[in-house]
Each structure stands twice: as structure tokens, then as C-alpha cells.
Design a protein around this ligand. Sequence first.
Ligand code: PLP
Length: 419
Amino acid sequence: MRDIAIGRIIEEETRRQDEGIELIASENYPSRSVREAQGSILTAKYAEGYPGRRYYGGCAYVDEAEALAVERAKELFHVPYANVQPHSGSQANFACYRALLKGRGRAKILALDLNDGGHLTHGSPVSFSSDLYDVVFYPLGEDGRLDYGVIESRLEEEMPDLLLTGYSAYPYEISFSTLREIVDRHNALHGTDARFMVDMAHIAGIVAAGLCENPCLYADAVTSTTHKTLRGPRGGIILSRDMELGKAISSAVFPYSQGGPLEHVIAGKAVAFGEALHPDFQEYMKAVLRNTKAAAEEFRRLGVRSSGTETHLFLLDVLSSYGLTGREAQMRLESVGITTNKNMIHGDRMKPKDASGIRIGFAAATSRGAKEEDAVRIARLIHGFLKGDIGGEEAREEVRSILSGWKDIESLEYPTIAC
Ligand SMILES: Cc1ncc(COP(=O)(O)O)c(C=O)c1O
């Protein structure tokens, strides 16, 4: 690296990541191979269009890379259509709404209450989604879980054009087959054509590993990021079981909402999909679920108010457990090398900038080799430190001790399929 300023920043960030316990549920460590693809000369290539139908010459090799990413995504998620060009999860949602709702005027979307775990692009007042669409909401049930009866009633009341599921901070499994039945029943009753979309950004790795219902088999279209549990480069994808809709998705991505695709990132996606197709990826995801459950159960055993978990994440109510806002808890933990994020919890009365909770996930820690014993140690450490029983120096020492058994992030490589 010849740029001294950026070189130093990368070095310091590498050290920060190496010397910390990463519990942000939306983060993970891509392999060295994914990062090599991302840092490759493919970044120099303009390739507007799709493989075999580009607006530029010289696309033979990036065509191969993109075609491989598409084939692997299709195999991984059992769909006939995959678009690997969205630059991010938000871009994927933007294009997918367009493809599903084009020609409906100012269409209406029914999404989860944002305070209950939805994403900004699911109707936040500060996002394009509420600017371009009328977004109405369904709440979680009393127990913090989806209430399918309530979703069905909200469909009846609102008669939306689109039902949106898949969330940023929902710790339980989702029955996509039940939601499909609800939408089909609703459409049959009213002669409507409400669409069903899933944003599986958080759980894509669990889906890829076959450890929960595959939304691609039930939804009209599915969007995802590639960098969370899926462990790829930062980016987005859109999948569909409907090839006709696929055509609308293709043009909603390019040329409607994006220009030249990031072929270096697409090559990184292909590498990550190859890793996720390897049988070891299922073992990795099982370990993520085991670790998350072990930590959540330990918090409950210690008497901390927290959600349960059936995924890679859970939520801690730090306000009622420790008298700290989510923001304060996040900052305190960061001071001893544990990275989390403040998060709204079910029924939260705080503003999002403070929040009453923090979100904890084990996808990244498990990539470095965290085991259930580590997850339990981490839960005890967070509890002791936030309660004030463990001091800063002791907490930092325990972080170092836990990390001493983990792999360093620069050298991480995962098994991949033979081509
Ligand atoms: C459910 C969900 N969808 C979409 C996104 C947006 O992804 P990106 O940050 O790549 O735009 C996120 C990001 O956290 C998410 O949690």
C-alpha cells in the first residue's frame, strides 16, 4: 500500500478487528479468497448489461465470473433466477420493489413495525421506501414473535400490493409457507394480486445451509445481502422462482437503478457461494446457532431480560437489566473490545438513537472458531461488566484470554467446492 494515510488506517482497523470480540449480528469475516477477488483487477472493467449482452467490449472473463456467481446462487437457494448485480441490500430492495410494483401507481407495502426489527428500507420515514410507496405496518405479538393471525387481519384491513417479511433484528424462525398460504387465501378471497417478498439479508446463511425453511420456495421474490451470515463480500442479490418476474427484476437492477456492475465484488460473491455450497458451511452454521443459543441461555440463567433465539442473534434489554440505554451499553462494551450495536426492543419507549437494548450475534465470532464455552464466557463477561462486578482492566484481560484460542482474521480461509 503506497498511500501512507490509508495504509495506516487499514492496519489499525485490522488490529481493532483482530483484538476485539465482534458480536454485531450483521457482520462476518469473508475468506482471504473472497477478499482477493474483491481486490482484483476486475474492478477496472466496465460491463453494463448482463453476461453475453454487454454494452462494452472485452467482457469475456467478467461474463464467466458473473455467470458462475449466478449459477452458484441458483444452486445454493434452489431457484431458476438469480441477479447478483445489486451493489447492496438496500439497492436490491429498491430494484425488487420496482419489479414487483411497477404499473401500480403509488403502491402500498405492508411491513413489520420498524421498532420491532424491520430495516430502514422497509418503510422508514428517512428512506426512499416511504417516499416512493405508502408503507403500513404489522406489529409483533405480545411474546415478541410474529403473529400470523395479526398479519392476515392487517392484509384484510390495508389491502396492500405487497407483503414484506424478513428482518434486521428478529431472533425467531419465520414460517414462509404459512405466509404464502395467507397471501394466497387473501388474493383468492378478494381477486387481488398482492405480492409476497422476503428480505432474507440476515438469515441467508441459515437458508443456504438448509437449517430453516427456504423463503425462495414460497415468495415471489427474495432479496439478500451477501455479507452477513452468508459470509461473502459486501453486496446484494435478488432471487426468484418466477422467470417472467426475473425479466422485470433484471431491468429494475440495470438499467433502471444501477449502471456498471461491480464485477470484482461479483467474483467475490461467486467465491463465497462456492464456500457456502461446501458441506462444511452447514457445520459452520450449526455452530453459529449453537453458540448463539448457549449465550442467550446463559443470559437468561443469570436473570437478564433477553429474547430467546432460533437464529444467529438475540436481543438484550439492557435498560431494565442494568439501567443503561442501548447506546451506553454499546459504548461501554466497545471500551473493552466487545463490539455490539444498540437496538430497539419489542415495546421500546426510547428513541432509536438511544434504544433500550443491544443486539448480539455469533456469526463473526464463530468464523474465528468460537465454541459454546466461549459463548458462555462472553455472556458472563458482558453481564459482569455491565452490572459493575467486573472492572475495565479485568474485562479487557478476559477478552484477550478468550481471543487467544481464536484464529486471526487475515488468514481465514474456508473449504470450497471443487469446480
Ligand atoms: C434485513 C435487511 N435488509 C437490508 C439491509 C441493507 O443492506 P445494505 O446495508 O447492504 O444496504 C440490511 C442491513 O443491515 C438488513 O438488515
